[in-house]
Every structure is written in structure tokens, then in C-alpha cells.
Write a protein that binds this ligand. Structure first.
Ligand code: ADP
Ligand code: MG
Length: 254
């Protein structure tokens, strides 16, 4: 058995009166791919955002590779970390957004070089060399000098994945990485994510792509109304779900 890389323990989160996460528990082992499914509004994005402390939690805790995220423990109390310590932790947790979020004023190469140089203090030459290697890996070696607006959505998302990898994260989080893409561009992005899965990158992927979940996931998690309703291997959750809510959801998306 691999070690637990991401441990989400009893996480609660409200926005005002709205309880969005109501005690989420999730363990992701090193090298495994976890796909999270669930209806819109079920708390999937909020859960991902708590994992890299873009959102604070109200109760519970999260650790990545054994390190508490966003807080330090003293006795039985948790104290929030300073912003600079949060930023340091975040370099271990790559995040790929639905809308790519590339820096529009930077070339593709500079999008990949910026964080390693500013956050990890890597020498620029080494960061560029690594960036070119990563662009090659996502099939975009010839786009180093282009600007994001000159690329298709699929190409921009592949750049965003390469940019996340440039920090050599311990885990990569994807929030509906293909939802903003024209249908004909979805495949090229999923292919890049599949290739990463084969190299043992630890990933949590929120998606509605059931075929992808079936093929790539080690674990499929179904969330509804801020809780994990069920989880297990794809064959169990997708083909023989134990809960009526999972069956109802799958009957709509399959
Ligand atoms: P999902 O990604 O599963 O669609 P989200 O985590 O985005 O769900 O949202 C869950 C609920 O929390 C939704 O009702 C959403 O409107 C609400 N929500 C998310 N972020 C905020 C916020 N910053 N302030 C207030 N409500 C929010
Ligand atoms: Mg979402």
C-alpha cells in the first residue's frame, strides 16, 4: 500500500448560513488518481480550494504528505499560518482551473518560468530548461514564444498543466479542466492528464467525464450536498452504485 498523500479529515465549511461542506473525509494515496463526481453546487470546487487553503476550513483539517495545510497545531488548537507560509505550502499543491488562468501578458514560456523563479528561487536558465521540457511533454514545444490569446483553449489548458508541473507539486488538483472547452478539444487535454496518471502523479480531478473516470481513476468519489456519499473503484461506483443519489446522478450524465 502506498502512503496517504492527501488526508482530508472531517472538513466543514460554510458561507454565511450556507453549509457547503458538512464533514468531508477523503484519503488519496501517493501515485493514485481520485476522480470526484457530483451535481453542481455539491461542494466539489470548495473542497479542492480548501486543499490548497484558498478557503479556510471551519472544522476538521487537511494534510498533504503529512504536513498540516494552512494551520499549525499547538495543543489541541489550530492557528492559521502566515500568508508567506501558506504560499510556500501551495507550491506543493498544483491547481488547474476550468478557465486556464494563464497570465495573459506573459509568453507561454514565461508563464511556466515565473513561479519557479519567484517562489522557489530557481535560476532562470534552469527554470527555462525545465519549462521547455514540460512544454515538450504536453506537445507544445513549438509554442514557447506564443501568448495565451494566440492558442486554442485546449492548448491553453495544456500550458496550464505544464505550468502547474513546473513547481514539481506533490499533488495536482484539477477543477473541471475540460468544461470550458469546445468538444473537439476535450480529448487532447484528457490525453495529457492520462499520461500524467501513468507516470504516477498524484491527482484529484473534478470532472463530468465519466469515460475518463472509468479509464483513469483508482478511486471514484461521489459527492452530494457537501458530503461524500460513496467512494470506491470505478467499476463499483459507476456500474453498481450503492446509493440512490449516485444512481440518479449517473442516470443524468451517462
Ligand atoms: P460545485 O463545485 O460542486 O459546483 P461549489 O463548491 O462551487 O460546488 O459550491 C457549493 C455551494 O457553495 C454553492 O451553492 C455555491 O454557490 C456556494 N459558494 C461557493 N463559493 C462561495 C463563496 N465564496 N461565497 C458564498 N457561497 C459560495
Ligand atoms: Mg465547481
Amino acid at each position: 500500500m502506498n502512503d496517504v498523500m492527501v488526508d482530508v479529515h472531517d472538513v466543514h465549511k460554510s458561507f454565511g448560513p450556507l453549509e457547503v461542506l458538512r464533514g468531508v473525509d477523503l484519503k488519496v494515496r501517493a501515485g493514485e488518481v481520485t476522480v470526484i463526481l457530483g451535481p453542481s453546487g455539491s461542494g466539489k470546487s470548495t473542497l479542492l480550494r480548501t486543499i490548497n487553503h484558498l478557503e479556510k476550513v471551519d472544522r476538521g483539517w487537511i494534510s498533504v504528505d503529512g504536513e498540516l495545510i494552512g494551520y499549525r497545531r499547538s495543543g489541541d488548537k489550530l492557528h492559521e499560518l502566515k500568508e508567506k507560509d501558506v504560499l510556500k505550502q501551495r507550491t506543493d499543491i498544483g491547481f488547474v482551473f476550468q478557465n486556464f488562468n494563464l497570465f495573459p501578458h506573459l509568453t507561454v514560456l514565461d508563464n511556466l518560468v515565473e513561479a519557479p523563479v519567484s517562489a522557489l528561487r530557481r535560476p532562470r536558465g534552469a527554470a527555462e530548461e525545465n519549462a521547455r521540457r514540460l512544454l515538450d511533454r504536453v506537445g507544445l514545444a513549438d509554442k514557447a514564444d506564443a501568448y495565451p490569446r494566440q492558442l486554442s483553449g485546449g492548448q491553453q489548458q495544456r500550458v496550464a498543466i505544464a505550468r502547474a508541473l513546473a513547481l514539481e507539486p506533490k499533488v495536482l488538483l484539477f477543477d473541471e479542466p475540460t468544461s470550458a472547452l469546445d468538444p473537439e478539444l476535450v480529448g487532447e487535454v484528457l490525453d495529457v492528464i492520462k499520461a500524467l496518471a501513468r507516470t504516477g502523479t498524484t491527482m484529484i480531478v473534478v470532472t463530468h467525464e465519466i469515460g475518463f473516470a472509468r479509464e483513469v481513476a483508482d478511486t471514484v468519489v461521489f459527492m452530494d450536498s457537501g458530503v461524500v456519499v460513496e467512494q470506491g473503484p470505478p467499476a463499483a461506483v459507476l456500474d453498481d452504485p450503492g446509493h440512490a443519489r449516485t444512481r440518479a446522478f449517473l442516470s443524468k450524465v451517462l
